[in-house]
Design a binder for this molecule. Sequence first.
Ligand code: GUN
Length: 296
Amino acid sequence: MTLLDGKQTSNEIKDELAVEVELFVKSGGKQPHLAAILVGNDGASKTYVNAKVKACDKVGFKSTLVKLEDTTSQSELLSEVEKLNNNPDVDGFIVQLPLPSHIDEQAVLEAIHPEKDVDGFHPVNVGKMALGLDGFLPATPYGILQLLERYKVETEGKTCVVVGRSHIVGSPMSILLSQNKYPGNCTVTLAHSRTRNLAKLCANADMLIVALGKPKFITQDMVKEGAIIVDVGITRVSALDTVSGYRLHGDVDFENVAEKCSFITPVPGGVGPMTIVSLLKNTLKATRHKGAEVIT
Ligand code: GUN
């Protein structure tokens, strides 16, 4: 069994990015600038956004965090989005999800300028991704692809079950892995809460990508010998013996499943850190693209 170590891989990519940014700036390029909007006080969202900001420092990006109260109205949020759309110094930005229930998430995502949409959630970028055109890939699926690539995981012709059909992970992942490229060329089944015989379906899959948010949902009997497992789930489960008061659990029962796999991601330290570096990569791409527009 080989551990798909997202922490180590993401550190390697961050080191490469830091060199790239330094060279880019030295040759007259603009310092990349990522902004994030965080609405409300959700603990997990705060942790993720802070990790994104910290990663910017590490690679030499500028970052801006816009913190808004959870009582922020939709029009106030849309006006913050508009400010970032119009700020020439900001190359890319994200609105951390989930948003409070009184806000129409889709309307907010559609308000982000597609060329600054480094999360790849705008319909223009989703469309480009589905057609295999150049755009911004959503950060988590992009991170998974990079992890598979760095470990030279063979995917061609394999059967892949993606569990969970969210717009952020499951749905784009199923599209990307079915495309005629590497990593990809899999025969993909997108499974969800209405799927019948899910355990059997999973147990026959060469590859499993699980993004459900249900701790330890995938048990040993649901995994084929030699399978490749990517665990996207990251749920806080209360644990009184820890300083934070919680522990992070993946969707896969790692302890009992790992021994059966050829490759598996740990939680934490698997997909999470890869999501962050993918966001950085998209931001550098946005900066370079903007520079190219100025030159031409
Ligand atoms: N919430 C969970 N994952 C993500 C992500 O990739 N981007 C944003 N903006 N919010 C998220």
